[in-house]
Structures are given as C-alpha cells and as structure tokens.
Design a protein around this ligand. Structure first.
Ligand code: ADP
Ligand code: GN1
Ligand code: MG
Length: 374
C-alpha cells in the first residue's frame, strides 16, 4: 500500500485506524487536513471501484475531550437527527455530516492505545475558509448556524452530554486565567503584561450572560458552541453555506455564544494569528450581514433578551477566547495546537484588539440590532 503522508510515527496508527472503517476501496493516501486547533484531521483517499473516494478521518484529542465516547454518543444522535430533518432535501448527503461505520458496525474505533477515531465521507466541491471576505459569506454563515440550531431544537430527550463542562462559562475561564498568572509555570507573565492588564481591566464583562441567564429569558438550547467560520463548508459552485462541521461541542448552551463566535471569526479581515494588529477590525457591514442572516433562520425562536445581547455577545466571546489563548500561553501551550513560538500570545492579541474595535462600535451595533430585530 502506498501511503503518501504523513511519514511520522503516527502513520502506522493512522493506517490501522483507516482499515477499521467501511470505506469504499483501499486507503491509498493520507494527508493532514484543515486548520483545527484541537483534533488530528486527515484526508484519506481510497481507490474506489470507478473513481477515488475520499473521507475525513479524525483522531479525537483526549487532552481536550476527556471522554471521547460521550462526544461520539452526542454526534451519533445529532447526525441522525439532522439526517431525518433533511430527508426530503435535495443534495442532503452534503448538507450534514454522516458517520462512516466501522467493520463491526460501531460509529467509532478505539485503538490499542485507547485513542478514539471516527470518519465522515469527505464533502466534495465545498470548503471552509479562515476568514470571510464578503458580506454574503457572513450572511451565509449566520443563516447556516441559525438553521443548525433550529434543526436541533426538537431533538428528542435525553439532554445531550456536556462534552466539556462549563465550556462557555466565561467567569470560570477568567478564574483559570488568574490561576495561570499566579502559577506562571513558564515565567511568561513578564512577556504578557499588557495582555494581562487588558484582561484584568475587562473582568466585569465576564459574567454578564451567565448572570442574565439566571434571571431572564435566556434559555438553554442545543447549540454548536464552536461556530468559527472555518467550521462551515461553503459550496464551491454557489458560495452558499452547505454543511456545519466540527460537532464535538454540540451540547446545551446559550445561543448568544454561537452568534458571538460568528462575530469573532467573520467580521475581521485578519487571521486569528495575525501579527499586524492594524489589520484587526470589526467591519460593520459584515456584522449587519450576520444579524440579517441569523434572524432569517433563528429569528422565529429568539427571545427579546437573546436579541438584545447580540452585539455584546461578539465582544464577550472574543474576550473569552482571548483569555483562553492567554492562559494557554502562560501555562506552556498545552491545549491549543501551536505552530510557532508565542503563537497563543499572538492569537490573544488579535482577540483583544477585536474586543477594542467592538467596544468602539458597540452603540452603533446595538442601534442596528434594534432597528432590524425590533
Ligand atoms: P477540529 O476539531 O480540529 O477543528 P474539524 O472537525 O473542524 O477539526 O475539521 C477540520 C477541517 O476539516 C474543517 O475546518 C473543514 O475544513 C474540514 N472538514 C471537516 N469535516 C469535513 C468533511 N466531512 N468534508 C469536508 N471537509 C471537512
Ligand atoms: C478551537 O477545534 P477548533 O479549532 O474548531 C476551540 C474553540 C476555540 C477555537 C479558537 C474544543 O476550535 O473553543 O474558540 O479553537 N475548540 C475547543 O479558534 O476548545
Ligand atoms: Mg474545527
């Protein structure tokens, strides 16, 4: 068997894992794929009977997801429900992820080292992007993630597992940052003082949504919880949203964290790890497109309070992700994959710059939401 990539010691495990799934044809090539910060994702090409057939094969990060079986149980239910919702739609196989069964008819494979693998058919003629380049793309993203929430609103009980407890509990994220500052295990506090000062000065926003959810109509719903722009595939031919991917954190949550993460990842033209901070800015027309796209699909179920916090949610989750990058930098880069020295600090800086940009425009953003959503 010719295996083109990767050539490191993981290749053997990768081949063994691939052999467990009911792929059409023999796996003949493996390539690391995508820009996710968490899992190991590979594009596997099989020599199907007529033409090559491709799959996504993923190794779940156990350092992040302490119970991969719980992640997979959620994904089994979510993908089955989405398939049922799409039963009468054209092109439905490209509109939702489908798990590929293993040879013994499980939906995932645990290898001899206890590592968990899963596979999906590769959705052809579509791709994800790191940043949005047009208002139309922002509209498509918000409409798609809103539709995703709507499709899952009637998922039968029981409640989905919390694959990462308190994932968007911003005050607990803030407390984790404070612990990382106090521990200073890598002696990096002195290298990140301006960012630490920024975080400490903004602490008061951390609890706003959690607090509001205790007293107002901010209900728990089934949310995606990682709605960054590169977790959405757009159709190559039409540019329209096609499929929401990265289902590991689909679980009970607040819809505002989903909307906020779209603001974080689509409104700035700069990459998440851009070092030239002058490029980081919240572009108002893209925010407007997000609001319109989101209301087009989620508008019918959103409460007044959910609508009222739409602009704030962008600022909050951008802050939350910023303090997570900062805490990970201080802790020695143990959570997010990094590709260079100081990578997590660079990522933190773009987030805080974006928070500032949102602060400058927040009033105007709120006025816009009010004028559209009433
Ligand atoms: P991570 O959890 O590490 O972020 P993802 O599940 O988001 O991993 O996958 C990484 C990338 O792979 C995505 O951004 C997307 O571009 C691509 N991808 C994932 N699943 C599929 C699929 N079934 N078909 C096509 N591309 C996919
Ligand atoms: C991670 O897996 P990925 O790259 O789509 C992270 C998100 C962060 C994001 C920042 C499980 O998302 O919470 O917002 O990086 N996922 C997890 O880019 O922690
Ligand atoms: Mg991803």
């Amino acid at each position: 068997m010719a295996v083109s990539e990767p050539t490191d010691i993981r290749a053997a495990g990768l081949r063994t894992a691939a052999a467990q799934f009911q792929f059409r044809g023999e796996p003949v090539a493996f390539l690391p794929y995508g820009n996710g910060h968490i899992n190991d994702t590979y594009l596997v090409t099989c020599n199907g009977t007529c033409a090559p057939v491709r799959y996504i094969l993923q190794h779940i990060n156990r350092n992040v997801f302490h119970s991969p079986a719980v992640v997979m149980q959620n994904i089994e239910r979510v993908t089955a429900h989405l398939a049922a919702q799409l039963a009468h739609e054209p092109d439905r196989a490209r509109r939702a992820l489908t798990l590929v069964p293993t040879r013994d008819d499980s939906n995932w494979y645990v290898d001899a080292d206890g590592e968990t693998w899963r596979a999906y058919p590769f959705i052809e003629n579509a791709r994800s992007y790191e940043t949005a380049t047009s208002v139309e793309q922002a509209f498509q993203a918000a409409e798609a993630f809103g539709r995703f929430q709507q499709q899952l609103a009637n998922l039968p009980s029981p409640r989905l597992h919390e694959t990462i407890p308190d994932f968007h509990h911003t005050p607990k994220r803030f407390a984790a940052l404070q612990r990382a500052i106090a521990a200073d295990v890598k002696g990096r506090v002195k290298l990140a003082q301006p960012e630490i000062d920024f975080a400490l000065a903004h602490e008061s926003m951390a609890g706003v949504l959690i607090e509001a959810s205790l007293h107002t109509d901010l209900p728990e719903r089934i949310t995606h919880n990682d709605t960054k722009f590169n977790n959405l595939l757009l159709d190559d031919a039409t540019g329209e949203s096609l499929c929401v991917v990265d289902l590991d954190t689909v679980m009970p949550g607040l819809v505002l964290y989903d909307f906020g993460d779209m603001v974080r990842t689509t409104t700035s033209p700069a990459a998440e790890d851009e070092q030239d901070l002058s490029k980081v800015t919240m572009q108002f027309p893209l925010f407007e497109a997000l609001v319109r796209g989101y209301l087009a699909t989620a508008g019918e179920f959103l409460t007044e309070t959910e609508k009222r916090f739409l602009a704030f949610s962008g600022k909050l989750i951008t802050f939350e992700v910023g303090i997570r990058f900062l805490a990970d930098y201080l802790a020695g880069d143990t959570y997010f994959k990094i590709h260079r020295e100081g990578h997590n600090l660079d990522r933190c800086r773009t987030q805080f710059k974006l928070v500032e940009s949102i602060e400058l425009q927040e009033e105007k953003m709120n006025r816009l939401v009010e004028s559209i959503a009433g």
